[in-house]
Write a protein that binds this ligand. Structure first.
Ligand SMILES: [Zn+2]
Ligand SMILES: [Zn+2]
Length: 254
């Protein structure tokens, strides 16, 4: 059984059909992620419709500029839901800079404080902002939340630093792309016990689906690539990464 630890089910064109295909492809656990209040609300609703779907609620750095004081209150209320397993996705994106940098940092810090108060793990989004993200985590003692660095953007060195702090490394479909040598090295050098896998659907479809809208069923290609790199069976990748997800997010599956 595979666990898709990061996707945006509310953004899929035909979610129900995609979920059927996911089940057929062996995806038995899905975490659907919020990027603003509205999508966080939807994530919670979807998680209540399907017993194998859980939710994360949070404000993406792109949306940081829309945050008001009230936003944190509503987010906190949403996060109390029993199907909410994490605060995310939160972080910094200095590649697209859709919100001013200082606003992104402020909103990131506040959400780390929220995660600490609620004792929930965090799901980090980081693009072109590795040193800044690390500094925020140190300043806020955000590492104590535990969590995952989603769509891992770093090298082996960063992966090792994350692991030492109790953070998981999440491997997206990019690992199948011809140019993703650095990410494949991360997979090679990181113990399976510290890896998660994700689709980030509807974005970033893996080869051979690259260019199409991504969906959780395509997680299989990413899992296969990880197995190939680690020279182990697909089953072992599936079992271990699912166990990791259950452990981090406190999910019990029978
Ligand atoms: Zn992201
Ligand atoms: Zn995402």
């Amino acid at each position: 059984m595979l666990a898709d630890t990061h996707c945006h089910l509310d953004m899929l064109k035909n979610m129900e059909v995609a979920l059927e295909r996911a089940r057929t492809a062996g995806v038995g656990l899905i975490i659907t992620i919020g990027i603003d209040l509205e999508s966080s609300q939807k994530a919670v609703e979807i998680a209540h419709q399907y017993d194998y779907v859980w939710a994360a609620v949070g404000i993406h750095p792109h949306e940081a500029k829309t945050v008001r004081e009230q936003t944190y209150k509503e987010l906190e209320a949403l996060a109390q839901d029993p199907k909410v397993v994490a605060i995310g996705e939160i972080g910094l994106d200095f590649y697209r800079n859709l919100s001013p940098k200082e606003v992104q940092i402020r909103v990131f810090k506040r959400q780390i404080e929220l995660a600490k108060a609620l004792a929930k793990p965090i799901i980090i989004h980081c693009r072109e902002a590795i040193p800044e993200t690390w500094s925020v985590l140190e300043e806020t003692d955000g590492f104590c939340c535990r969590g995952v660095w989603h769509c891992f953007p770093g090298d082996v060195n960063l992966a090792q630093r994350c692991m030492k702090k109790g953070f998981y490394i999440s491997i997206p479909g990019i690992v199948t792309f011809p140019k993703a040598e650095r990410l494949r090295r991360v997979v090679k050098e990181t113990p399976l016990e510290w890896l998660l896998i994700e689709t980030d659907a509807p974005f970033l479809a893996p080869v051979p689906m690259r260019g199409k809208p991504n969906e959780p069923a395509f997680l299989r290609y990413t899992a296969q690539k990880v197995a190939e790199i680690k020279e182990c069976e697909l089953n072992e990748v599936a079992r271990t990464t699912t166990q990791n997800a259950c452990k981090l997010f406190g999910i019990n599956i029978s």
